[in-house]
Design a protein around this ligand. Structure first.
Ligand SMILES: *[C@@H]1O[C@H](CO)[C@@H](O)[C@H](O)[C@H]1NC(C)=O
Length: 433
């Protein structure tokens, strides 16, 4: 996969109304009213989009994206969807869990030390070239404050680690601390002490929720970026744990496993059927102005490529506006996932190879340095926990809808206030940790 940031995902400013959204809008109520039965006849249906508007900019920029912090959130989230696509294509048969924001934050912070050519590569990858914001880093500070506010339950931190004994300029450290609230770490060269220090930092940032790493730090570090995050979802309406039981999860067309499945026979959720992506989209609110959007294919499949390719900040924002509140019989597998490893290769694929070859970081130090590793350590879970015990009554429907996350699906966790993508996962098997 050579250009993960496909051309279409860089559309900006005016949102291009593609066929996907129109179909989603038109089929919303069809889907809702036909209930689960509608998935059997999900092919092309009457009321397909009017062809004359396809690909034409038909709408002004959404006022939501005129707010600088939302626009910045959309940019870094688009980087996040790109990173996710690369990871997912590298891992076609295993779960993918990412907190792209922590990686974007590290890259954005690093751009403070980049001279023109290197800065433009970073800005392009982060979609900063498509927004005109003279105070990017100040706005980034606002974004970080918004998404890590205590009620969000999100722990997210990023760090830049430099090779041993590197002398770095105060003119780089000061703005880094001011906008990103982080101090760079310079290695001592004692690998045991360095690993211990990094582990302690991760523990402190995630309140001990992300396990200590037993892996050694890589040998040849020049610049290592570390993104860590932990999140435990709190549903606005909690699940009744007495209704949780072992149920089938279809890994693919043949294999089935038993997993603890939470259920709510009268869940109120926001829903839409997307006939182009052949999937049922649902959104469940979390406390702290956050929500999770699920993408569930109509047929059991591990190939979620088509959905993945449509993921952009603008598309998700449109979905968020178009979904309709329904009452549903809902089942959701309990989930507890973690990931620890390198994202180096994936980041290189996002047109950032030059940062690993001969970048210009002369705002950081006089010595030639380059990016050598990008590491990610994250944890993510949800169970029955949440706010109130009962949901507000949903709309009355003659046929209640079924929404069962009992086969591979994608979830997107976002901050509702800014639209920022916080976590994204491809769940092929909920048992994997
Ligand atoms: C996944 O589906 C897409 C289209 O939906 C197709 O182009 C691709 O070849 C499929 N990939 C695999 C591995 O089957």
């Amino acid at each position: 996969m050579e250009e993960p940031a496909a051309g279409s995902s860089r559309a900006w400013g005016v949102r291009l109304k593609g066929p996907g959204m129109q179909a989603l809008v038109l089929l919303l109520w069809t889907g809702a009213l036909l209930g689960s039965g509608s998935c059997q006849n999900a092919g092309p249906e009457e009321g397909s989009p009017a062809p004359d508007t396809v690909g034409a900019p038909v709408e002004e920029e959404d006022p939501f994206f005129k707010v600088p912090v939302n626009k910045l959130a959309a940019a870094v989230s688009n980087f996040g969807y790109d990173l996710y696509r690369v990871r997912s294509s590298e891992s076609p048969t295993a779960n993918v869990l990412l907190s792209p924001l922590s990686v974007a934050t590290a890259l954005s912070a690093l751009s403070l030390g980049a001279e023109q050519r290197t800065e433009s590569s970073l800005h392009r990858a982060l979609y900063y070239d498509l927004i005109s914001n003279p105070d990017l880093h100040g706005t980034y500070k606002e974004l970080l404050a918004a998404v890590t506010a205590p009620q969000k339950n999100l722990k997210s931190a990023s760090r830049i680690i430099f090779e041993k004994k590197l002398r770095i300029k105060a003119s780089f450290v000061a703005p880094l601390e001011k906008s990103y609230g982080t101090r760079p770490r310079i290695l001592t060269g004692n690998s045991r002490l360095d690993l211990q220090e990094v582990n302690n930092w991760v523990q402190a940032q995630t309140k001990g929720k992300v396990a200590r790493s037993t892996r050694e730090l890589p040998g040849e570090i020049s610049i290592l970026l570390l993104g860590v995050a932990y999140f435990k979802g709190q549903w606005v309406t909690k699940f009744d744990s007495r209704k949780t039981s072992l149920e089938d999860f279809h890994l693919d067309e043949e294999r089935t496993v038993k997993v603890p499945m939470m259920s709510d026979p009268k869940a109120v959720l926001r829903y839409g059927l997307d006939s182009d992506l052949n999937c049922k989209i649902a959104q469940l609110p979390l406390t702290g102005s956050m929500s999770i959007i699920f993408f569930l294919p109509l047929k059991v499949t591990q190939n979620l490529t088509m959905i993945e390719e449509s993921l952009t900040s603008e598309f998700i924002h449109d979905i968020d506006r178009e979904l309709k509140t329904v009452q549903a019989v809902l089942t959701v597998p309990k989930l507890k996932l973690s990931y620890e490893g390198e994202l180096t290769k994936s980041v290189q694929e996002l047109k950032l190879q030059s940062l690993f070859d001969s970048p210009d970081f002369s705002k950081i130090t006089g010595k030639p340095i380059k990016l050598t590793q990008v590491e990610h350590r994250i944890g993510f879970e949800w169970n029955e926990d949440g706010g109130s015990a009962t949901s507000s009554p949903g709309p009355r429907l003659t046929f209640p809808l079924d929404y069962h996350l009992n086969q591979p699906f994608i979830f997107v966790l976002r901050d509702t206030d800014t639209g920022a993508l916080l976590f994204i996962g491809k769940i092929l098997d909920p048992r994997s940790t």
